[in-house]
Design a protein around this ligand. Sequence first.
Ligand code: EPU
Length: 340
Amino acid sequence: MLTINEKVDLTKYTTLKIGAKAAYFSIIRQEEDLLEAIVFAKNKKVPIMILGGGSNILMTKPFPGLVLKNELKGVRVVKETDTSAWVEARSGEWWSSLVYFAVERGWGGAENLYYVPGTVGAAPMQNIGAYGVELKEIFHSLRAVDLKTGKEKVFKASECKFGYRDSVFKKKFKDKYFIASVILKLSKRPRLRVDYGDIKRMLEEKGIKSPSIIELAEIIRQIRDSKLPNPAVLPNAGSFFKNPEVSVSGFKKLQQKFPDIKFFPGSKPSLIKIPAGWLIEQAGFKGKRFGPVGMYEKQALILVNYGGATAKQALAQVKRVQAGVFKKFGLKIEPEVNII
Ligand code: EPU
């Protein structure tokens, strides 16, 4: 039997430690629980919200429906050939446990995504990416449950419509499915991706020429540790904004005005991606506090709750930073975090 609690404060379930109350709350430990939850929500005529690691949300108001905390755990090998391995994880598993499962076996592809916070189910939602790799490159398929009918559907990579921090689950199928499990296709003869600036620097520093998968994963962990605040110590939700993309001509104009501007290739050849962290730093927000909120001193892209911040204060900070960047660069930066 599924336990459903009423009027539950979600603050502790978010890494930013800013929450609000859910009218109903339940922990999903097995897939049968989910089917019961769907029936409950249908009878009460309330919406469902799924909570994974809570590492990518800013809650600004009470949720009038049923919040499901995903605790479906488990990782297993589905299939192996001489060159590839297919690994399936349930969606409530920690993303990094899945990465470690692969890394330990010497299976490559996921190592650059080590220590991206959150659960397996959240990874395809926003096509997580770090250090030159995106989930879509190793994604095979996922199994999801329709939140209206309880029916299962398998989504292949092409059906997920992955983009930069984007998928069909943030657009057309927003709030329509519960992702139950994800299959990754990993390589037994991996080509490691070490071209990203921070990785190169760290490899040189350590005098490592060709790292093993485990070494690379450890390097990623160390880079992240040195720049990103641990949410258990300093509550945050990772990168708060997406890196804006501009046309090549728009970028050239910016570059004339700001010759030091940092940039990367965009998601299409016609686009250039500008690191929002750099823009925010240049606009003067890095390490600057406004009451209990501020942008992190070592990575200006991260909004930090220094203790007891309210949703109102966090939202004011979001607006302040957006306005500051717009004033200086004429660029709009959009939140990457889901503001609910
Ligand atoms: N930069 C600054 N000042 C800052 C922060 C960054 O000048 O305060 C500059 C850096 O010097 C660098 C550039 O901006 O030249 C890019 O910075 P970084 O490598 O730290 O990456 P990012 O673009 O800020 C993205 C992802 C991260 C991911 C890293 C590493 C987004 C929104 N964020 O950040 O993802 O870990 O690259 O690959 O795309 C996340 O999504 O939550 C996340 C942490």
